[in-house]
Ligand binder design. Structure first.
Ligand SMILES: [Zn+2]
Length: 315
């Protein structure tokens, strides 16, 4: 399967910063080692051009990002210190999602080894998110005439508040968020479908909920492309998660999403979103599993996988 990746997705943060930058090269390495991708499958993005960013974000906000003139309060809210490298990294990862979306329309399945920065609003960054990559990719594809209707399946444990706000009154973008009800962000925005989960929820109840919500949402959305924010922070032991999914439970979740899309002939874009396991290596493992499960379901791995399915054909 084709994936977008750039070594500069990973930038140096202050040593005490909680964001696990090391997960990006970690996922890339695991997918190569395990034959889910080969070097020829890797698309290398350029920074997303300003004109594209302006289709979603306020000019004043982009000016501040470009010139490093965010206020201290705005930087605190964003949760990552501003630097020229952060600004470039944010545009690289955004373009990675655009490339992955185009590839998924051609191949049925593709991904970005970053992305899913769903707490970014049109006019501000929040919660480690600078630019809303999925919103920008939606607008890029609409502008190109590649696709008009989208569904965003956000299973990161935190509500996709920025995405929900950006698309709240857009009938062409169906947003689904399954998240911890008592977790960040405490002030939830309105997605098309919101499911708030109780703290401590485990595999069985989580998967039952997903089975109840997801097929119906995909049928109602009548979309041409699915963006899947496969945050791995619902995992037990996650620093910010508060849920209790096992590794097997997360894999079942990923398989459930991929199967629901494949059965409907819906092209699928995989995005990392959040994950704060005890080590970046562990976080990378959980993210890699998403790609392994989806590739197996779509029959899209470069090397044969044990559970390889019949090769996907777009409808
Ligand atoms: Zn999250």
């Amino acid at each position: 399967m084709r994936v977008a990746y750039h070594p500069d997705y990973c930038i140096e943060l202050p040593p005490t910063h909680p964001f696990p930058m090391g997960k990006y090269p970690g996922v890339h390495r695991l997918l190569l080692e395990e034959g889910v991708i080969d070097a020829g499958d890797v698309m290398r993005p350029e920074p997303a051009p300003r004109a594209l960013l302006e289709r979603v974000h306020a000019r004043e906000y982009l000016d501040k990002l470009e010139t490093g003139t965010l206020s201290p309060a705005e930087v605190r809210r964003m949760g990552v210190p501003w630097s020229a490298r952060l600004w470039r990294r944010s545009r690289l990862a955004t373009m990675g999602t655009v490339l992955a979306a185009r590839a998924a329309l051609q191949d049925g399945l593709a991904g970005n080894l970053a992305g899913g920065t769903h707490h970014a609003f049109a006019d501000r960054g929040e919660g480690f998110c600078v630019l809303n990559d999925v919103a920008i990719a939606v607008r890029a594809l609409q502008q190109e005439g590649a696709a008009g209707r989208f569904v965003i399946v956000d299973l990161d444990v935190h509500q996709g508040n920025g995405t929900a706000a950006i698309f709240e009154s857009d009938p062409d973008v169906f947003t689904v968020s399954v998240h911890g009800e008592r977790n960040y962000p405490l002030a939830k925005m309105r997605s098309t479908v919101d499911v708030g989960l109780a703290d401590g929820l485990g595999d069985a109840e989580y998967l039952e909920t997903l089975e109840r919500v997801l097929p119906d949402a995909l049928d109602r959305a009548k979309a041409e492309l699915v963006f899947y924010l496969a945050g791995v922070d619902p995992a037990a032991g996650d620093r910010y998660g508060k849920l209790a999914l096992t590794e097997a439970g997360l894999r079942a979740r990923d398989r459930c999403v991929a199967a629901a899309c494949r059965q409907r002939g819906l092209p699928l874009v995989l995005l990392l979103a959040g994950g704060y396991a005890p080590t970046p290596e562990r976080t990378a493992r959980l993210h890699a599993n998403t790609f392994i499960e989806a590739a197996a379901e779509f029959g899209a791995a470069t090397a044969p996988l044990p559970e390889r399915a019949a090769r996907y054909r777009p409808r």
